[in-house]
Design a protein around this ligand. Sequence first.
Ligand code: 0X9
Ligand code: ZN
Length: 305
Amino acid sequence: GMNNERYHSLEDIYHLVNKTSQEHPDMTKLILIGSSFEKNPLYVLKLSGRRGPVDKAMWMDCGIHAREWISPAFCIWFINYALTFYKEIPDITTLLDKMDIYILPVMNPDGYKYTWTTNRMWRKNRSVKEGSSCVGVDLNRNFDANWCTAGASSNPCSDIYCGQYPESEPEVQAVTKFLRSHKDSVKLYFSIHSYSQLLLFPYSYTLEQVPNHTELFELVQEASFKIRRHYRNIYRYGSGAKTIYLAPGGSDDWVYDQGIIYSFTFELQDRGRYGFLLPPNLINNACNEAFAGVKTIAMRVLEKL
Ligand code: 0X9
Ligand code: ZN
């Protein structure tokens, strides 16, 4: 239910997504975009309103980093919200009537599973390479965007290891392949992380500003104001490099340079009290305010397109 949330295991998430697609065949499509290093499937759920085809779409991925449990929880929450309140609440109805929404609930299923079984604080994927005893690549350092420069590490034992070469990881390959082939329709990109309460946009790989910096700044500023007014929580905002740190090889920067100029990374609750261990009773509030941010930006972008 929407009010006593809990975190879902990887098996639960597969089951939920599968069940949801079967219960809503008119509004959903389940798309297998690839598989992880350990051969777990990467499913994208496509959400559409009950209307004819449209040429605009939004993408949202969750769970790039294994330990950030609120992130997959938000993707699941979003799917439930959309299918429950389509034609009941104007915000989600407008979004689904005007664009298709592609949701990847867990981009790093191997790592996510590992945080449930073995190490709650695991961040990377679980790929192994001959000649190294350390496991995993940071998927948000493996995209082909100023790959492995300052802010990433070439040491396989580092938590921010960039991998052997750009897009070396199957999870990254699956996402880039899908987005390359849907470049014309996807206008809006969100990547959901935690924690720190930040609304970020490119670049993170350089301190230089993107051409539409002012436009993106105004979008995240408005989203932050809305969240503060409705939920009394503070979200800082700005370009990644200037707001937190230089970090190359990220999904948002790669997406931006592909021409998807409305590209965002959200860092959800909290600001450090619980960190990655956000208690289940706070999931709902975290998701409600994250949705307020996504909605604010998506509505504005729709007006511009
Ligand atoms: O460092 C990251 O990958 C993200 N922060 S996290 O604490 N969730 O690991 C921030 C990503 C910002 N965007 C890029 N670095 N491209
Ligand atoms: Zn993260």
